[in-house]
Design a protein around this ligand. Structure first.
Ligand SMILES: N[C@@H](CCC[C@H](N)C(=O)O)C(=O)O
Length: 293
């Protein structure tokens, strides 16, 4: 018996990031990594956002975030906009607060219908915070490369934690690299003890960046909100952009503001409902062949 048996789910997308949202605030039973993988086999998703009972006063829910490989993440920007969109529906509230493994997140209705803003909190730059396996004093560009030593294909990424680990490689053309091939190698590089989300980014001008991401635990996706935040912050740290940047991802656009006043990163973008359904308990039944004689 799984906590997800017969549960209603909403399939949504955050500018192309495939998201499944399930409201489990009325029950305490845990959802396991096996459950998360079983859902992915049935309703393909990048992230599964589980609303669990609130643990702190003033919060709507504790949001547990699973990647489709069954691993957990502390942050998912596009998923949080989908959660906000579901939770704002039918209310006249203007703001909501959620708890995730990475801390508290505030969400607001955005500047136009269908847009939502998430306060993704403060970025972290210390090598232990990302985390990296060894000390780097300057994480604006770390010594890491792939390809021939004297002619690397990708090198010197900026690294940032947005509650989850990100490495951003600066390139002239984001389409010129086989991210499906390099992504898994870099995601699992020993320098990243908790693996990492890998982004290729091109700075168009001081207000525009194009990017695409190989996501830890989910692979190539059309959008990664926390990667957009990490990339915008990393570009501003290098003094190559201002603090408000429009990000173009394969699935759409996000506006990222790295607020000077409190160091928080605000992400604004769309969230769309696609369909809803109920999980068939047979999905979570142990396989008859799991322990062959
Ligand atoms: N799609 C997400 C990021 C999801 C988590 C990531 N794959 C990880 O494991 O860190 C987003 O929109 O931020």
């Amino acid at each position: 018996m799984s906590a997800l048996d017969n549960r209603l789910f909403a399939k949504m997308n955050g500018i192309g990031n495939e998201i499944v949202v399930v409201d489990l605030r009325d029950q305490k039973a845990p959802v396991t990594p096996d459950d998360a993988r079983a859902v992915a086999a049935h309703v393909p998703y990048d992230q599964l956002m589980l609303l669990q009972p609130a643990r702190l006063p003033g919060t709507e829910a504790f949001v547990r975030i699973y990647n489709n490989d069954g691993s957990e993440s502390g942050a998912c920007g596009n998923g949080m906009r989908c959660v906000a969109s579901q939770m704002f529906a039918g209310t006249d509230k203007s703001g909501l607060t959620f708890e995730t493994r990475a801390g508290l997140l505030n969400c607001w209705r955005g500047p136009a219908e269908g847009l939502f803003t998430v306060d993704m909190g403060e970025p972290k730059f210390g090598w232990q915070d990302i985390p990296l396996a060894e000390e780097f004093r300057d994480t604006r560009g770390i010594e890491l490369q792939i390809g021939p030593i004297d002619a690397p294909i990708l090198h010197t990424p900026s690294v940032v934690s947005m509650g989850n680990p990100h490495a951003i490689f600066w390139v002239d053309d984001i389409e010129a690299y086989d991210l499906g091939r390099f992504g898994p190698l870099l995601e699992n590089h020993p320098i990243f003890p908790e693996r990492a989300n890998i982004t290729l980014a091109h700075i168009v001008d001081r207000e525009h960046i194009t990017m695409r991401t190989w996501e830890r635990g989910a692979g190539l996706t059309k959008a990664c909100g926390s990667a957009a935040c990490a990339t915008a912050v990393a570009a501003a740290r290098l003094k190559r952009t201002g603090r408000v940047v429009e990000m173009t991802l394969p699935g759409g656009k996000l506006t990222i503001e790295w607020r000077e006043a409190d160091n928080h990163v605000l992400m604004t973008g769309g969230a769309e409902f696609e369909f809803e359904g109920r999980f068939d308990p047979a999905l979570f039944a142990p396989s008859l062949n799991s322990n062959p004689a």
